[in-house]
Design a protein around this ligand. Sequence first.
Ligand code: CUO
Length: 672
Amino acid sequence: RPKELVIQPKGHDNTVFDVPPSYIPDEYKNVGNQIVSRFGEEADGKVPVSTISIPPLGEILELRRDENFSLFIPKHRKIAGRLINIYLGMRNVDDLLSVAVYTRDRVNPYLFNYCLSVALLHRPDTQDVDLPSFISAFPDKYVDSKVFAKAREEANIVPVGSRTPIEIAKDYTASDLEPEHRLAYFREDLGINLHHWHWHLVYPFDAAREIVDKNRRGELFYYMHQQIMARYNFERLCHGLKRVERFIDWRKPIAEAYFPKLDSLVASRSWPARVANQTLSNLKREVDQITTDIDELERWRDRIFNAISAGVARNEQGQDVPLTEMEGINILGNMVESSILSPNRAFYGDMHNMGHVFISYIHDPDHRHLESFGVMGDSATAMRDPIFYRWHAYIDDMFQQHKSGLPRYSEAQLNYPGVTVEGIAVESGQSRNTFNTFWQQSDIDLSRGMDFQPRGSVLARFTHLNHQAFNYRVTVNNTGAARQGTCRIFMAPKFDERGNPWLFRDQKLMMVELDRFKVNLKQGQNTIMRASTDSSVTIPFERTFRDLDTSRPQGGDDLAGFNFCGCGWPQHMLIPRGNTDSPGFRAELFVMISNFDDDRVDQDVSGICNDADSFCGIKDRLYPDRRSMGFPFDRQPRTGVDTLRQFLTPNMRVQDVVIKFSNKTFRPRQNN
Ligand code: CUO
């Protein structure tokens, strides 16, 4: 079975836990010593484990070890909450290690991994513990199931050192007969799915309040998913597809199908497929303690829309909670998702989460076929399915309804008097204002997530989008004294899917954030240079995939928050694919220098993992930008503004750019 989680002292790759005899599960009691000695022979060290009195596990054990686990299922959430509390309640690291060793062989592996990860992320005394990256613990959630049989064969036959990487085909889930398949490289990207899993690990919606209640978490739920939608729609336009249609009528068949071709190594089952034109049904699954009708989802929706149009929600005590200009979106995010911070979970329900559940059980709503949930039921896999985007387009539209009712930014709020952006250029190799994209192959090691002999690494080679690194060169004139600003960089397609120029109110939803950083402006001319690899949206390729090691000497972010540091859009997906047309896919690059006095958040963030703060915030700190997330594109434009050009104040500028895709595949770089 997969080695779901390994905690190893640094520098010891081959150590085993010295498991107290009383911890060996009953079914292995008779053979306990043989097991210990079999693994012990290969080990070059033993980690001592103290014997402590273990709190009763009770209902935690109701989720069997060979079942799938989903945070969207209320019963599973409750169980996870219990286990997290046990881990958090341990007095010190020794006791935590002890209870982790005890539970590892008893509780469901996915549950174990999730709960221990949350605990390690939030305990002050475990900030320097390493975890293997999630993909090496559970590769089965990310790659074609065919790879595992080949990996096993390779491991059995080919000695370590002579093994060659197993190639994962780029197009393994569908063919070009299916138009939606053009987006498979985005939906199935390992880095994007890892980011999404990490985001939800860092921002759980149901756990102890001190874990859930992070600064602006509801707003970030809205913004991070809004940006996923903007990026997905941008990619679609690159392929001549129109923007995603909201999943608005929940009683109509869903035209798009999805066949994930993933097998769960833990559950020894295939992830169920969603065939074309299936329709949601009321859920009656006793095994999950879920009995919910589509009617209920609709009631929640109507109540939320009522709150949005009234500008006021109602809390559990019946009091008014105004959805204010700055705070409203945060409240609404928690209410729609929902999280335990919702003002009234009984009344506004659990709409977005239960939408995931309804869709993930579309094939077996009453459990008559004893089937588990589809990919939409797990944040590690949900983004693979086209319906994810239709569901989130609906959710995002709810948030946009609220945003449409807010005061519009005046020219004075947008402008930074005396600061003029005079020029923008994108420099990439020889080319100017051209982004170059291509296919890139990379290798990952699957061996940690699989249990086979003899050991040693088995590499899988996958193909993903990438782009040539580039720099922004922004020239700014400052007629005032030396001062500070925030440079905000976005990009959107220049034309809509019919080839027509955009209205601002539509194009603003297509704006993809590329970077946000502080600039010091001296009096007179300033040239700002910024590397694409420094983006506030992304984390480097190595961090997406390698073990999250807090001791890495890079970037000044090497202290707290190993798993926090795994959150971030993958660098290789920073730039949409573009197309092969000449001169390339036409887009508009937007740069704004906003007044830092209105942006600043005073706090010390040195030494903290903060290089993907646009989507992930900063661990244990305030969100580092005081403006509403998505500023300046989060509101309707002031009167008289119909186009992006009309929207501009002197501290903003737009540059025409193209994204040129070359259908070539580059061999792996030497990062593994
Ligand atoms: Cu991230 Cu629906 O919230 O998946």
